[in-house]
Design a binder for this molecule. Structure first.
Ligand SMILES: [Ca+2]
Ligand SMILES: [Ca+2]
Length: 188
């Protein structure tokens, strides 16, 4: 019995074939749903070799290839995000967005963009934020360039806003229930 090479490859799970050719791990923040939450002021170094294109809208600014994602909340003042730092070794671009509906990348609105606003080919955006609004940004390589970036960020909200509705409703229900019980008790 002979098995053709084509038949053998067809029988192999797709993951095995991908694993055989992919030399680098896909970053945990390769897609928007894996966005890393940033707060306050700080820095983050990441090797993005292995990142893939998410298909996010690029506005009028060309293409997005091997993007990785971050998210933060605005303070109402300007926020700054930059790859203009010593460890950055490739030609970065940054896209900033708001309005993600949690499902469709097409729901994103481009808030800001930069290619070479930092030193060399690095990127820097500084833009006005709305207090409590969530923003997302991706860092990608110009024309598919890839490497390591050193991200610095400043004036982001210190934490994600605490979601009030669920606890507020529960508290309201308990207070209302307690009030009714108190009135009933008073009548007897
Ligand atoms: Ca990606
Ligand atoms: Ca650039």
């Amino acid at each position: 019995m002979t098995i053709s090479l084509k038949a053998l490859f067809a029988a192999l799970p797709a993951a095995m074939l991908v694993g055989a050719t992919a030399a680098y791990a896909v970053p945990i923040n390769d897609d928007i749903d894996g966005s890393i939450l940033l707060t306050g002021t700080g820095s983050y170094i990441q090797d993005v070799t292995g990142a893939t294109a998410s298909g996010a809208p690029a506005g009028n600014y060309g293409g997005i290839d091997n993007d990785v994602w971050f998210t933060f909340f605005g303070t109402g003042a300007n926020a700054e995000v930059s790859t203009s730092n010593p460890a950055t070794d490739y030609d970065t671009q940054i896209w900033v967005y708001s309005g993600y509906d949690g499902f469709n990348l097409s729901s994103l609105s481009v808030v800001d963009y930069d290619d070479d606003g930092g030193s060399g080919f690095s990127s820097l955006v500084n833009f006005a934020t709305t207090s409590g609004t969530q923003y997302w940004f991706n860092i990608d390589g110009f024309a598919g360039d890839s490497g390591t970036f050193e991200l610095s960020y400043a004036d982001l909200a210190d934490a994600a806003p605490v979601p009030l509705p669920a606890s507020g409703l529960l508290l309201g229900g308990l207070l209302l229930g307690g009030g009714v019980a108190a009135r009933r008790k008073k009548r007897t």
